[in-house]
Design a protein around this ligand. Structure first.
Ligand code: NOJ
Length: 535
């Protein structure tokens, strides 16, 4: 049976990383009122939904993904009134707002963990405790078990030791989480992005983590307790599960989640099995095969979130694009991803062509994962330069530098030195000059997102890849009823052959303005275009 399309299937979502978006009180840290002051900018891009990375009370060991109180706002971001004001203003602009929900783990400063450490009867089983550690590694490096002196036992953490995993097998804990989630929904927010939600069904002793044996059971219970019958959207971050499983969990017959972030296309510049720091060049054919598989698997079955960057990934521009053709590649990558079926997610700054950074000094990095891996690899005997090469490419701080609003000091993000250095290219890459220049990445995004909404084919159409084995361009057809569109995306710095001769077409959007295709059999470097086939 076909999937029914709801508002969130056609929405465009914009991810905000609050620390780095806009500082309203000049303390060098982005905040909620800063976001409110930029709602018109976001709206002008064609955004329907804002996703806020965590703003809850937190010691900020993992920038807010370590929550110490789910019901409070971290004062560095503002207060509950500021948030209510943001929700109200977002709605007044005709947009919706979803919050991050981090329920696989909390901070070690959460009162539940403090009580659990003390073996308090009511909380002792809120976390995962064992007498002996196993050989499981945490995702940030090092053991996943840390010894607790107070309790004389080890606790389990798949991320930093300051982020103990919750014990989802405890029904009392689950109910307490559901109550908290419902309180947030009653504030009028429009849904959640669920952090590493594929991990909640784990069996620690059996070493089954992502996609664990209890995942469906707990997702179903969560859905019934909190989401059923409400007009909200849920998007599950599920880095560890297969494409098939992600599609199954977002199928409306088993309505666990409305859509999935699955990561099959993300790690293609890593040596398989060796983790994110072991680099390899992207193989375009592998990327095409992956997306082909994703698009076929989700079609009429589940719903996929379309994304290339987020706060955990280096910005895609210089990851899969070209330093020689930055503008063309930024537009091409957007065309490639947003031409597909799914809900588009834009990570702040992608729409103005922001790039990653490469600090020489490891001390300029703020990210816990980056710092941790540096220490681990130094201890293992790796050379500083080799580690830094990986960090320059893959550190999460690549995407976390402050948003570049204009050419003023600190890129207009703040008047105070920011918590993380601004990328020094802010004078040439910023929102202000993007808005002023009609040919900018920003205006291209705007046009592309509008086009998606104007033509049903992007929501409903099927996906057919063209020349799967061609290593230079990624092109595909989208077809719906009697309409057919061709999306062409070049990944080459050279002019490449392309066979146009068999079709009549009209160019709807392109990153080169002045190409007359009539007699042409080639596409220019990093070309992107969407063509309507037929008269
Ligand atoms: C995924 C989040 O996106 C990331 O930033 C965080 O470090 C881990 N989950 C742990 O919460």
């Amino acid at each position: 049976m076909e999937k029914k399309i709801k508002w969130f299937n056609q929405a465009v979502v914009y991810q905000i990383y609050p620390l780095s978006f806009k500082d309203s009180n000049d303390d060098g840290i982005g905040d909620i009122n800063g976001i409110t002051s930029k709602l018109s900018y976001i709206k002008s891009l064609g955004v329907d939904v804002i996703w806020l990375s965590p703003v809850y009370q937190s010691p900020m060991k993992d920038n807010g993904y370590d929550i110490s109180d789910y019901k409070k706002i971290n004062p560095i971001f503002g207060n509950m009134n500021d948030l209510k004001n943001l929700i109200k203003n977002t709605h007044a602009k005709g947009m919706k707002i979803i919050m991050d929900l981090v329920i696989n783990h909390t901070s070690d400063q959460h009162s539940w963990f403090k009580k659990s450490q003390q073996n308090d009867l009511a909380y002792r089983d809120y976390y995962i405790w064992r007498d002996e550690p196993t050989d499981v590694s945490s995702i940030f490096g090092g053991s996943a078990w840390t010894y607790c002196e107070k309790r004389k036992q080890y606790y389990f953490h798949l991320f930093a030791k300051e982020q103990p995993d919750l014990n989802w097998h405890n029904p009392k804990l689950r109910n307490e989480l559901y109550q908290m989630i419902n309180e947030w929904l009653s504030l009028g927010i429009d849904g959640f992005r669920l952090d590493v939600i594929d991990l909640i069904g784990k069996d620690v002793d059996d070493k089954k983590f992502a996609n664990g044996p209890y995942l469906k059971k707990y997702l179903k219970e969560l859905y019934t307790a909190c989401f059923a019958g409400k007009d909200i959207m849920t998007v599950g971050e599920m880095p560890g599960i297969s494409i098939e499983r992600a599609s199954e969990l977002t199928n409306e017959h088993e309505p666990y989640l409305n859509m999935a972030f699955q990561f099959s296309h993300i790690s293609l510049d890593e040596i398989k099995g060796q983790g994110k720091w072991a680099l390899k060049d992207l193989d375009l054919i592998e990327l095409k095969q992956t997306f082909n598989h994703v698009q076929q698997t989700f079609y009429k079955k589940g719903w996929n979130a379309l994304f290339l960057s987020n706060h955990d990934q280096p910005r895609v521009l210089f990851r899969y694009g070209s330093k020689k053709y930055p503008q063309a590649s930024a537009k091409m990558l957007a065309t490639m991803i947003y031409g597909m079926q799914g809900t588009p997610f834009i990570y702040q700054g992608e729409e103005i062509g922001m790039t990653g950074i490469a600090f020489k000094d490891i001390n300029n990095y703020q990210d816990i994962e980056t710092k941790q891996i540096y220490d681990i690899l130094i201890k293992k005997g790796f050379k500083h330069q080799d580690i830094m090469r990986s960090i320059h490419k893959k550190s999460r701080d690549n995407s976390r530098t402050p948003f570049q609003w204009d050419e003023s000091t600190y890129g207009g993000f703040s008047r105070h030195k920011p918590w993380l250095q601004v990328n020094e290219n802010y004078k040439s890459i910023n929102a202000k000059n993007n808005i002023e220049n009609e040919n900018s990445v920003f205006h291209y995004y705007k046009k592309l997102l509008k086009l998606r909404k104007e033509h049903d084919v992007f929501t409903y159409g099927d996906f057919q890849i063209l020349e799967l084995d061609n290593p230079n361009h990624f092109s595909y057809y989208r077809t719906f009823e009697d309409e057919k569109y061709l999306v062409i995306c070049s990944f080459s710095e050279k002019e490449q052959p392309f066979n146009f001769s068999h079709q009549k077409f009209r160019v709807l959007i392109s990153n080169y303005n002045d190409i007359d295709f009539e007699y042409r059999q080639t596409i220019p470097p990093y070309y992107a275009g969407i063509l309507k086939i037929g008269d």
